[in-house]
Design a protein around this ligand. Structure first.
Ligand code: HEC
Length: 138
């Protein structure tokens, strides 16, 4: 009999702990699994999602972007691309200023396709890549 009473006293504790953990898990899942239906008040959800970091985990450095996307053409001057590290092939492009150069890459320019083929690059990453290319010019 004592054992049963003992058990009856302890059992609710377990239930409370278990339900708290469940709540915590539910809260963690809500951001991923929640769907906002048109007409509902979704502002809380939008705030929760937009305050999170984008899927792209961290910004790539200029050298990383250059090596993955730009080197194909710029290392050897393919299709008339100004060569990496070779000032003589860049002419007066630098005079345009970095912003204009970044715009050229993002929009594409003659033999250079849009985004210099780095389709998932952000403007910041593109800026870093161009900055890196300019800094290596000799
Ligand atoms: C498919 C080849 C190709 C790839 C890939 C490529 N470029 Fe180019 N790029 C070119 C060519 C060709 C030009 C010269 C275009 C012209 O002036 O006719 C050029 C020009 C440039 C210029 C000078 C633009 C100007 O306004 O004078 C910059 C800066 C540049 N590229 C940066 C990049 C960066 C950064 C990447 C990678 C994200 C990249 N390029 C990828 C071919 C390429």
């Amino acid at each position: 009999m004592k054992k049963i009473i003992c058990l009856l006293l302890i059992l609710p504790c377990f239930l409370i702990i278990a339900s708290r953990e469940e709540d915590a898990i539910k809260q963690r899942l809500v951001k991923v699994g929640n769907v906002c239906i048109q007409g509902e008040d979704c502002s809380a959800l939008i705030a929760a999602v937009s305050s999170e970091k984008p899927l792209l985990l961290s910004e790539r450095s200029g050298i990383e972007v250059y090596k993955t996307a730009c080197t194909t053409c710029h290392s050897i001057g393919l299709a008339g691309a100004p060569k990496f590290g070779d000032k003589s092939t860049w002419g007066n492009r630098q005079d345009k200023g970095i912003e204009a150069l970044v715009v050229s890459v993002m929009n594409g320019l003659n033999g250079m396709p849009k985004m210099g083929l780095c389709m998932d690059c952000t403007k910041e990453e593109m800026n870093s890549a161009v900055d890196y290319m300019l800094s290596e010019l000799k």
